[in-house]
Design a protein around this ligand. Structure first.
Ligand code: ZN
Length: 250
């Protein structure tokens, strides 16, 4: 009797442990499935279409200069986070990526990284393209990213390709715009500035602070840049082949 009761409690104990472990596994499976599903929305990057290309990313502001202020975050923080994610996509596609600054403490808190210093450094690198990353500010209702250029058809087409992807991503009709901005104006290479959204819009500020949103946002910026960078670089034989029409439909 004693023996059977002990046996029963042992079975019950094992059962409880099994249920506990089972439910833990279930929870962790569900969690890992949902996070892998989210990542699965971003297509894998195949090949190295950008091999041999050098991209400079210039996250706006930094150090003593916070840029625009949202309720919970300063622009410079978001600019850097987004720039680093964009760098990851570009590197995955084979590009060499340089950044004017790449760490929260890269510019001392007492110092302003001035635009003419950035321009001087940028022009010394002999890169293929420059992308500035900024956040916009304005009335609380203003929202969505917008891509700017100064002049030249190369910069215009680059801005256009990036903005078209951002329009698709945000369902907005915001178009590219010319802007008289020091770094763009003095760059000796095609150059754009992506104002990635409004930190002064509470909803968009929250999105811009979200890692998953930054992943998607930078994916679309990357796709626009890659489109522009690979144009004219197709092997001649491929130009004669009919396009894979199924890939042209979204
Ligand atoms: Zn700015």
């Amino acid at each position: 009797m004693f023996h059977r009761r002990a046996h029963l409690s042992k079975i019950l104990g094992t059962l409880a442990l099994t249920l506990l472990v089972g439910s833990f596994l279930l929870v962790s499976t569900v969690q890992s499935e949902s996070s892998s599903n989210r990542n699965a929305q971003l297509p894998p990057i195949a090949g190295d279409l950008l091999r041999g290309r050098t991209v400079i990313i210039d996250p706006g502001h930094g150090g003593w200069d916070p840029g625009a202020r949202g309720k919970n975050v300063i622009e410079a923080t978001i600019n850097l986070e987004v720039a680093l994610k964009l760098r990851t996509w570009l590197k995955m596609a084979g590009a060499r990526v340089l950044m004017t600054w790449n760490h929260p403490r890269a510019i001392p808190a007492t110092r302003k990284y001035r635009v003419y210093e950035r321009s001087h450094w940028i022009n010394a690198q002999h890169a293929d393209v420059l992308i500035d990353i900024h956040c916009n500010s304005g009335p609380a209702a203003f929202k969505n990213p917008q891509t700017f250029f100064w002049e030249g058809s190369a910069s215009f087409h680059l801005a256009h390709d990036v903005q078209e992807e951002l329009q698709f991503f945000t369902h907005s009709h915001r178009d590219v715009k010319r802007i008289n901005q020091y770094v763009l104006k003095h760059a000796h290479i095609p150059a754009i500035n992506v104002e990635i959204g409004y930190v002064t819009n509470p909803h968009e500020e929250r999105l811009l602070m979200t890692s998953a949103y930054q992943d998607e946002l930078t994916w679309y910026i990357f796709v626009g840049m890659e489109r522009w960078l690979v144009k004219g670089r197709w092997p001649p034989g491929m130009l004669d082949a009919p396009p894979p029409t199924d890939l042209l439909v979204r």
